[in-house]
Design a binder for this molecule. Structure first.
Ligand code: BV8
Length: 256
């Protein structure tokens, strides 16, 4: 993998780094992406819904909570045995390495809900779209971790009040938690180097983070199999699987 010397120096000497990841980072762990050929949006057929993108909405949940839970239960059961791949692990190692530097900061912002960054050792990922292993009571709002896969009952009920619980996930048309958004914007505005990895960069507001980082003076690096709507604004575009590129990049940084 070739990286121009000046760009590599910037990465090696940076003290404040942020990364935004998408489903592509988990693809090599076996987690289906959303929009690819094998993507989730194509391979889950449910009568009455043309695309799963319609399933990931509060309207769908109001209309047919059992069906929406069948989709999430299917995904949870699929990803439960899966492990972080070298891409996740390299990001966790990079974070630890940076934090050893004086004033070193690394913020991992992810659109992924699979929890694999945490499993890989990332300390405190900003989970923009929530986490598939957490549920939220529709009445009390209580958030609980629940790793039953498959779930014994669909839809699952709140153990306290008996109301239905929903996935603790941000659906289309729902606003992201303000505190989560604030952390993500701050990370993009303050980063010296901003990585955007394994995302089709179509979902807002996550997709706007690369432009915010760029406008704030960061060097932006994209890692993806293909070009995306942000490729034209990045300083460095590394084409290939993140599970191969990230370990190689980390080796170059460590031996620089
Ligand atoms: C909101 C559900 C305020 C949970 C998800 C402004 C402009 C236009 C539209 C909007 C806008 N603001 C808001 C919207 C509407 C909407 C939106 O963005 N729509 C898009 C589709 C146009 N946004 C929202 O509704 C957001 N809310 O903004 O609130 C508001 C409220 C009301 C009205 C307006 C505004 C909420 C967004 C969250 C939605 N929830 N998921 C779930 O079940 O997961 S988003 C869904 O897509 C996933 O969560 C996923 O995280 C996300 C992004 O997908 P990617 O991660 O990028 O995955 P994808 O498959 O698309 O791409 C994979 C990429 O990896 C590809 O590029 C591929 O090449 C690459 N790849 C594959 N393998 C590898 C690889 N790369 C490297 N290595 C590999 N091995």
């Amino acid at each position: 993998m070739k990286i121009p010397g000046d760009l590599l120096d910037t990465i090696v000497n940076s003290k404040n780094v942020a990364a935004l990841t998408g489903a592509g980072v988990s693809a090599e762990s076996g987690v289906p992406t959303f929009r690819g050929e094998e993507g989730l949006w194509r391979n889950f057929r449910a009568e009455g819904f043309t695309t799963p993108e319609e399933l990931a909405t509060p309207e769908a949940f109001r209309r047919d909570p059992k069906l929406v839970w069948e989709w999430y239960d299917w995904r949870r059961t699929l990803i439960a045995p899966l492990k972080p791949n070298p891409g996740h692990l390299s990001l966790a190692k990079f974070e630890k390495r940076l934090k050893k530097k004086e004033e070193g900061r690394f913020t991992l912002v992810t659109q992924n809900v699979d929890g694999l960054h945490r499993l890989a050792g990332s300390a405190d990922p900003v989970e923009m779209h929530g986490n598939i292993w957490f549920t939220r009571c529709v009445d009390e709002g209580t958030v609980r971790e629940n790793r039953d896969a498959p779930l014994p009952q669909l839809p699952p009920l709140c153990p306290d009040c008996g109301a239905m619980v929903r996935p603790h996930i941000v659906w289309f048309g729902e606003s992201l938690e303000p505190s989560v958004l604030e952390r993500a914007y701050k990370a993009a505005q303050e980063a010296e180097v901003f990585f955007i990895i394994g995302t089709s960069a179509v979902v807002q507001p996550s997709a706007s983070l690369a432009g915010i980082a760029k406008d704030a003076g960061a060097m932006v690096v994209e890692i993806n199999l293909e070009s995306t709507p942000v490729t034209s604004l990045v300083d460095l575009s590394l084409k290939g699987p993140s599970g191969v590129i990230l370990p190689e990049l980390l080796k170059m940084i460590e031996s620089a």
